[in-house]
Design a binder for this molecule. Sequence first.
Ligand SMILES: Cc1ncc(COP(=O)(O)O)c(C=O)c1O
Length: 395
Amino acid sequence: MLAAAGSSPPAPLAEDLASLWLLDPAVTFLNHGSFGAVPRALRTAFVALQERIEAEPVEFIDRRLGELLTPARTRVATFLGIEPDALGFVTNATEGVNAVLRSLDFAQGDELLTTSHVYNAVRNAMSYRARQTGATYVEVPVPLPIREPLEVVRALTSRMTARTRLVVVDQVTSPTALIFPVETLAAECRARGIELLVDGAHAPGMLDVDVDAIGCTYWTGNLHKWCCAPKGAAVLWVAPERRGDIHPLAVSHFLGEGFVKEFDWQGTRDVAAWSVSGQAIEFFERFGWENVRAHNRALAAWAHDLLCERWQVEPVSPPEHTMLGFMATVRLPHELAQRFATPLDFQKTLYARERIEVPILAFDGRWHARVSAQLYNRPEEYERLAGVVLRHAGR
Ligand SMILES: Cc1ncc(COP(=O)(O)O)c(C=O)c1O
C-alpha cells in the first residue's frame, strides 16, 4: 500500500527560525540526525564559557568543576527522568556504549544480542568485545517493512537464550529511523534475568524520555543531537545495582569514589559542552518542548508521506507513523542503484551538485534516504529533495 498523501505540513512555530541556527542557508539541510546543529545563542554561551575557563584554568577545571557541572547535571537529569547522582557525563553515545561493554566481564559462550538495525559503531563495539572475551555476537534480522513494534520484540525474544548476557537495543534506530518499543523489551529482558542496554543516541529531545521508567539496566543518550547541545555532550545512566561496576573508558583519579565523580573526571578535558547542556534544553523551552515535539513529528510524518508518494515506494514502517519521531527513512526509486555505484556516491552527488545534505544508505539490500525534521526545516526543502531525486533517477 502506498502512503496516502494530502495532509498539510505543520505550521512553523515562529517566523524565520533558521536564523537562530548557524546553518548555511545555501544548503538544504535535511540531516540534523547525524550530528545535530548548535543554535547561535548557545554557541555564544559555549564560547564565552570556554574563554572564562581559559582565563583561569586551574580555578575552573579543578576547584570549580562542580560549579560548572552540577547545574547542568540537575537540569539534564530532570529532563530525562534520572536522579542527578545517577547521571554520568560522556562525550557521545558511542563512548557510553563502550563504557558499559568494556566494564562488563563476558565469558566464553555468553551471547551479546542486538538487531540488524543497530548503529554500525555499536555493532563493532559489541563484536570487538565479544571477540576479546570469547563471547558470541548475535544480530537478529528485523526485516523491512515493519508493520508493528511487536515485530521487534518477537524477533529479539526468539533469539534470547540461557546464554544471552546482554541485549543492546536502539530507542530510535539510526539507518531506519524507527522508534523501538524499549519498555516492552525491558520487561522481556527482566523476566529472563537478562541485562538491557538501551542506545538512546537520538532519544533526548525527540522523545519525552523517562529513563527510570524504561526498566533497563543501562541507558545512554546524546544531548548534541536533538537537544542541540555543543558536540561532545552525552549521558550514561546505570541502574543502582550495577552502578558501582561501570567505569569510564578512561579510568582516572576517582576510581571507586562514586559513579558521578568517576565520569566527571576522565582526565583533563574541555567540559564546556557538558556545562552548557542544560542551557540547550532551556533554548527549546521558549517554544515549549511539547510544541517542538508535535511540530517535528508532524513534519517528519508529512515528509515521509510526500516522499513515499512522489517516489512511488512502500513505507518501511506502520502507515500511521507510530514508529516515527523526528526522522523518516524512505526507500529510493530503484533506478538510482543502476545509475550510481554506491549509496554514498549518490549522497555525495546530492551535496556537491544540488547542495542537499541527506544521508543515503543501504538496508536489506535496498537504497533509502533518511530525512530529519528540526524547527528550522521547511516543507519546501522536502519537496525539493523529492524532485531532485526523481531527476537523478531519470524519471
Ligand atoms: C543509534 C545510534 N547510536 C549511537 C550513535 C553514535 O552517536 P555518537 O556519534 O554521538 O557517539 C548514533 C549516531 O548517529 C546513533 O544513531
